[in-house]
Design a protein around this ligand. Structure first.
Ligand code: CA
Length: 231
């Protein structure tokens, strides 16, 4: 059955262009030209994916996403004209699967849609019940919890996945590209500064809070997690 895609985009020409391309690929397409209509349609359900512009009249894309995530986990690809990393990071943190920056090549958009529609998130095949540790840091895969010396640490889904990946490779230096691929699911075409931003998030919630140094930067290579005593 053809996947059903909702395009929330106020630029009429662009929306029409994407619609035609998606129909050509065999998708069912519905359009909304402002955030409020988009949210209303999303809340009714029946879509497999939403292409959501951030700069929208009535209700901006981030707000649509925030409200949508209270009731629905459908894949959302954010469309942003801005090039600010924080914007993208905030979007991903709020539960968007992906983002694409205008102007984009239609092939790139189609590739991202295919990836988002595939139900194989990086963590889907990881066996449950395993405890990953580094010093006093403990990540419980089954319970999806992280503790340091017994104290709970609240992480977002993406932060959890990043920490999990680092812990799976404890003492092994991982490049930004490798982390991108493992945590975000595929190659992001050079936008690896998202990794740096998320490493900062993790450090602010773990290293800074507990006065330790577990997440290490290896200059011009990448990142590694190791206990101080591991050397
Ligand atoms: Ca717009």
């Amino acid at each position: 059955m053809a996947a059903s895609i909702l395009i929330v985009e106020d630029e009429e020409k662009l929306a029409r262009f994407i619609e035609l391309e998606l129909r050509h690929e065999g998708y069912q397409v519905t359009k909304a030209s402002n955030g409020r209509d988009g949210l209303e349609l999303l809340e009714k359900g029946g879509f497999d994916l939403c292409l959501l512009d951030i700069m929208l009249p009535e209700l901006n894309g981030m707000e649509v996403l925030r409200r949508l995530r209270k009731t629905s986990g459908i894949p959302v690809i954010l469309v942003t004209a801005r090039d600010a990393v924080m914007d993208k990071v905030a979007g991903l943190d709020m539960g968007a699967q992906d983002y694409i920056t205008k102007p984009f090549a239609i092939e790139e958009l189609l590739a991202r849609i295919r990836v988002s529609l595939r139900d194989d998130s990086p963590s889907a095949h990881i066996p449950e019940g395993e405890l990953l540790t580094c010093g006093k840091l403990e990540l419980d895969r089954a319970r999806h919890t992280v503790k340091y010396d017994g104290a709970d640490i609240q992480l977002t889904g993406r932060e959890f996945l990043l920490l999990e990946t680092l812990l799976e490779n404890k003492t092994i230096v991982l490049s930004r590209d490798t982390l991108m691929e493992k945590v975000w699911g595929y190659d992001y075409m050079g936008e690896t500064n998202v990794v740096d931003v998320y490493i900062r998030f993790l450090r602010s919630k773990i290293d800074d809070v507990f006065g330790i140094k577990l997440i290490h930067t290896v200059r011009s290579v990448g990142y590694v997690i190791k206990d101080d005593v591991d050397g």
